[in-house]
Design a binder for this molecule. Structure first.
Ligand code: KG4
Ligand code: ZN
Length: 385
């Protein structure tokens, strides 16, 4: 018994040492990435030469659409059911043998839905431990941010300003390096993705199907044909000086403004033109709010003498074309730096971003223990501390 305990302690120490030393002995090295933080089961294989070797994804839209949003228990059991074969598919597409060809296993550790994270993390840990491969627990939002360094012809150099807009987060950060971020702003209530999803539900829009689909994408599609000036709603965080000068964001008031508008004008939500105009007014106001706050962030960086190389925008909502074009004008015309967004299918959750974050972290020796737990709430600013 005592011998057994000693052996375990030895293993633990070994893994702790390993996390510090982790020599990169092979070039290029290959990472298998697993993403299960929300509703899509994504797996991919990426190497340190910035090649996406294969990708597989199982979407859950059909499962959640009848409920109007992601149902955590259903999402969890779907990951449980599909993850093994999504892993298998990624390996088959790459024509790779996991024991022979994969050097590192990376898996989303947080933030996200607890049971969903637990599923992917258990699988990743079990694979890594059984195969004696290094394990990397990835921060989902860092993975969104770093994707831009994979998808450009040459990696975007640090430091860059990044706006991460997803279903769970709205973050304005300065990315100084891998594992090193300064948070300038975050939402004080709903995320922008939640706002898109809620307005989409309010307008009873059917979800767009397939990769890059869902309620937010449906709202974008309808908004394209509407008149953004048809109704006036207040731009969030502009009421008083303190809120106007803060780099934080807010989206719950905008949702309420749209609901109030519908009530006060007795608008008919079965009228397609009314829906288009409301969607368009919502989207225009949300974009104005984003650009207002990014302006402040640009100015903050200037005051601190941070020479930014780019504005990187990523996360599911960054697949939105209107948001991209407004932010492109802001970055290029006003601040003379490029706007860099991953292609839309790599803005929404996927395994590639996790595998690539694994590459970036492994390269600088950041490896985790096999005993790590999931972190459903995990501020990105705690990375590196
Ligand atoms: O990053 P992501 O795939 O998952 C999370 O990490 O949350 O982001 C999902 C969010 C959802 O709210 C979805 O409706 C929204 O991104 N989204 C969009 C678009 N595509 C996805 N919102 C606006 N326009 C889009 N084209
Ligand atoms: Zn995401």
């Amino acid at each position: 018994m005592l011998k057994h305990v000693r052996n375990n302690i030895y293993r633990l120490r070994w893994s702790r040492n390993y996390s510090i030393l982790s020599p990169v002995t092979k070039s290029p090295f290959t990472v298998l990435g697993i993403e299960t933080s929300c509703d899509d089961t994504g797996v991919a294989i990426v190497n340190s030469d910035r090649q996406i070797i294969s990708e597989a994804i199982h979407l859950q839209q059909q499962l959640h659409e009848p409920y109007g949003g992601v149902v955590p228990n259903l999402a969890m059991s779907s990951h449980q059911q599909h993850l093994p074969l999504v892993i298998r598919e990624a390996l088959d597409k790459a024509n790779m043998d996991i024991a022979r060809d994969i050097d590192v296993v990376a898996v989303t550790r947080g933030p996200g839905l607890p049971a969903c994270l637990g599923n992917g993390l258990s699988a990743g840990k079990a694979l890594a431990a059984a195969l004696r491969k290094p394990l990397i627990g990835v921060h989902h939002m860092e993975a969104h941010a770093l994707t831009a360094r994979l998808t450009q012809p040459t990696p975007v150099p640090f430091p860059f300003l990044t706006l991460l807009i997803s279903g769970g987060h709205t973050l304005i950060l300065v990315a100084h390096g891998v594992n090193h971020y300064t948070q300038l702003g975050t939402t004080v209530d709903d995320s922008i993705g939640e706002a898109y999803d809620k307005i989409s539900r309010l307008l009873k829009l059917p979800w767009l199907k397939g990769r890059g689909g869902g309620p937010g994408a449906a709202l974008e599609r309808v908004a394209e044909k509407g008149d953004p000036k048809k109704y006036k709603v207040p731009i969030p965080m502009t009421k008083d000086k303190h809120r106007k000068e803060a780099m934080d964001l807010s989206f719950s008031g905008l949702k309420t403004s749209i609901s109030t508008l519908i009530k006060n004008h007795d608008l008919d939500l079965d009228d397609e033109i009314v829906k288009r105009d409301l969607a368009s007014v919502f989207q225009k106001t949300a974009i104005t709010h984003l650009t207002d706050k990014l302006e402040l962030a640009f100015r903050w960086c200037r005051e601190k003498d941070i020479i930014l190389t780019a504005l990187v925008v990523s996360g599911g909502v960054a697949s939105n074309k209107s948001i991209r074009s407004s932010l492109e004008s802001l970055a290029t015309e006003r601040y003379n730096i490029p706007l860099i967004c991953p292609p839309p299918h790599l803005c929404t959750d996927n395994g590639v971003m996790v595998a690539w974050a694994g590459v970036e972290r492994f390269r600088i020796g950041l490896v985790d223990e096999y005993i790590i737990d999931h972190l459903p709430r995990w501020p990105i600013t705690t990375l590196g501390s």
